[in-house]
Design a protein around this ligand. Structure first.
Ligand SMILES: Nc1ncnc2c1ncn2[C@@H]1O[C@H](COP(=O)(O)OP(=O)(O)OP(=O)(O)O)[C@@H](O)[C@H]1O
Ligand SMILES: [Mg+2]
Length: 222
């Protein structure tokens, strides 16, 4: 599903900094992988590279066998839309819109016909237990509810790969448990998941734990 070959990411803001340093990684279809490591170790940077949100300085990233290296932005956008789902700690929900509209946005981008969109939005919200808040503005939701709407939005286009950057970072233990259970159910349904987390107990819910330090993978355990 994901293959990284000798991936480097160097940031050149004044002084140069190598945030991802020669990472090679193979994540197979159906795996649930956690990435842990200290703050600044390069976890989010690596996830953004895998998610085709950012480009490596060197090295190759294949998604589903497709080499992303020489793709132009429109090709990358298409893969993001068709294959990937993203969940970020900082939500990135549009608070001017309802729950419904936020989850509908990826379907609009994918040009899904309007008669199918409603059913798809409802299915996704039902999966995360948020169907009852369909018409609420996202600004009125609790932190855990917002995060569940983010998951519903990430699921909208039926992604084969779900990328989550500290999906439970802001949440209490009860909401964390709800979200980890949703992830486990999705994984059982065949969705490949890569999740960055600070919490070792959450990391253990995955079948594989990768530890990063100073931009490198220092351990990779099943
Ligand atoms: N756009 C950027 N420009 C310059 N440096 C950056 C940029 N993005 C990240 N970095 C640096 O790269 C390093 C890795 O950052 P990254 O966000 O990947 O860490 P992280 O492991 O996700 O940390 P955290 O657990 O705190 O989220 C950090 O030292 C950070 O300052
Ligand atoms: Mg991070």
């Amino acid at each position: 599903m994901v293959l990284c070959q000798n991936v480097f990411k160097e940031f050149k803001a004044g002084t140069s900094f190598v945030a991802v340093n020669n990472v090679s990684l193979h994540v197979k279809t159906g795996e649930f992988v956690s990435i842990i490591g200290k703050s600044g170790s390069g976890k989010s940077t690596l996830l953004n590279l895998i998610g085709l949100i950012d480009k490596p300085t060197s090295g190759n990233i294949f998604i589903d066998g497709i080499d992303s290296s020489n793709m132009v932005e429109s090709q990358l956008a298409r893969i993001r839309c068709e294959k990937l789902g993203y969940i970020f700690q900082s939500f990135y929900l549009d608070h001017n819109y309802s729950v419904y509209k936020n989850v509908e946005i990826p379907l609009l981008i994918a040009n899904m016909p309007s008669n199918k969109r409603r059913e798809r939005v409802e299915t996704c919200l039902e999966q995360v237990g948020m169907l009852n808040k369909l018409h609420s503005k996202t600004s009125t939701l609790s932190g855990g509810e917002k995060q569940r709407v983010c998951i519903a939005r990430a699921l909208a286009n039926n992604p084969s790969l779900l990328l989550a950057d500290e999906p439970c970072g802001n949440l209490d233990s009860e909401n964390t448990q709800v979200i980890m259970e949703i992830f486990q159910v999705l994984n059982q349904k065949g969705v490949t998941i890569i999740m960055v987390t600070h919490d070792i107990e959450d990391a253990k819910k995955a079948n594989r734990i990768i530890t990063m330090k100073d931009g490198k993978i220092i351990s990779d355990e099943n």
